[in-house]
Design a protein around this ligand. Sequence first.
Ligand code: ADP
Length: 679
Amino acid sequence: MADLQAILFNKEAGLKALFENSTVATLIVNSHRKIQVINPAAETLFGFKKAELSGKLIDILIPEDSREVHIQQHANYYTNPVAHEMAHGEQVFARKKNGSLFPVLINLCSYHSGGEMYVIACITDLTDSKETEEKLRQNEERYRQIFNGIEEVFMMQKIIRDDDGKIVDLLFLEVNPAFVKLLNKPASEIIGHLRTEFFGPMDDELKDIINRVESGENIPYAQHFPTIGRWFHRHFDSPKPELLVSINMDITESKQEEEALLFLSQANHKLWRIDSPDEGLEEILSSSIALLRADKGTLQLYDEEKNVLVIKKHKRFDNKFLELFHEVGIDDNTSCGRALKLKSQVVIEDTEKDSLFEPYREIARKYGIRAVQSTPMYASNGLLLGVISTHFSTPQTFDTKQLRRMQLYARKAESFIERFRVYEAMRKLNAQLEEKIKLRTKELIAALEHEKELNEIKSRFVSTASHEFRTPLSVILSSIQFVESYNKPGQEEKRIKHIERIKTSVKNLTELLNDFLSLEQLEQGKLEKAPEAFSLRNFCHDMKDEMTLTLKSGQRIILSYEGEDQVKQDKKILRNVIANLLSNAIKYSSEMQEIFFHVVNKNGLVKLEVQDEGIGIPQAEQKNIFSKFYRAANAANFQGTGLGLNIVKKYVELLNGEIGFTSLFNEGSVFTVVFPQKL
Ligand code: ADP
């Protein structure tokens, strides 16, 4: 070994020998990054001959992807030429002639000669060296930290192909903690396992993408993983054949947001196409449950009068629950009760922890409710319309976006409900109008009927009158002629007989006219009642006496009076009633027959009974006997208009009384009238 002192004595020769014999590969580079000199150790290390490198750019020895960095470092060194180790902690690689890369340690120093600065680089091959190991370990450590710390899911997989070379599966070689957390399984249960075990069979699209990635394409790809319910934005790389590396960003939330917005717009469209309120409320509740991924729900409408919420629709509750919460007021601390009171969206994230929910906890447990959300709906005038509540079987942590979406949907529901309120109001108005029209029509028809009836009465009157008037008038006429002719003395008796006949005929005519007059008054409602206190007993005796004058020969009226004396009634009406009944009894009885007139006046009621032994009323005709102008067939030979009983019935009604009868054909009839003592 040469003495350093001696070498330094002969500087030139010594340095040259040092340079030529050094085992450290050394080269000198000028300011243009061109290689000036290299030593044999460098020749050996890089595999180049001296001549191949002299005057060449240093780039030839630098890996392609580090060249740009080197240009920068080189420039920096020239401005601040301090001897140092190149790399700054980074693993530095150099390139051999055969293109292979190897780790190196480079020490730099410089010198000036002929006005130019040269850089001497001493290169130590670190392959197999302890330092390399350490550097690699540090590098590995650093990458692992990155790899472990990133939020993105990282995985390295081996591509598994079948005999035909088609991709069938991926084998996990490496995964980062983000992925472990996602699958909720230890790495040991993932690494060495196939993709299909966790995510099911691979779809063709993914296989196609992997093939293209292998051939160098860069394909960003959004993929849904239904088994874990998440979306990922995936970036693949294939650093060497059969190896697939992917970095995956979880985009589930933004996807969910996208989906929710789509859902909202679809739900809104659906609602606008519905034209029945019932169906609409059903749809609002179903969509709200789907929107919040809830398990159950209720839709309540607000009852303004009672200030309560009433359940109109429900999903998956039973009658017992509906009974319990049929009406909810502001004092209820349920979720909807609070929404009603606070007039805002209410959330109970955990019913077991919410202290105000205490009274309902047992019921909530029974119905598997662990969380509740209630969103109020308002009309455009600010009044509450109702509340949509959704129920969850597990505790929930609602995010503001979710709650906001529910509110947005509630706005759509509001306009739907309002739309139907308007329709309903219009429908009601229409119904009221229709009702009014019906009423008016009815009144018109009644008026017409009345008019028709009056016309009928008038025409009946004309025909009845022409018939009924003719007989008494012809009697009067003939009797007058007789009276005229019996003008001699001694014919007085005959004259008086005819005058009597004239009197009776005039009386009949008067009665007839009275009947028509009464009917007219009654029908027009013109008859005024005039109650007065009088002795009914005396009155009945007077009536009996009066009617006795009209009896046929041998007939008798037998009056029996029972009870109190006084009444307070309309005398005129009562007279008409009694006269009519007694005159019928007289008319429809034969000579010698008796008429019984029973009167009972007690307990606030008066009962009159007129009983005869006359012709009776045939059974089949009894139902018509009170109808106007109705006359039974067996009455044809008796004078009459068929108006009397109709008038009597109306009079009795005016006295607040009732009339009825029993009758047997050919045996006789009993007419009974009952009315209060006092009108
Ligand atoms: P009118 O006696 O003028 O025919 P009313 O209205 O008084 O009319 O009576 C209606 C009909 O009822 C009579 O035509 C007769 O058929 C029957 N009727 C009424 N009272 C009696 C009676 N006391 N006995 C038998 N039939 C009677």
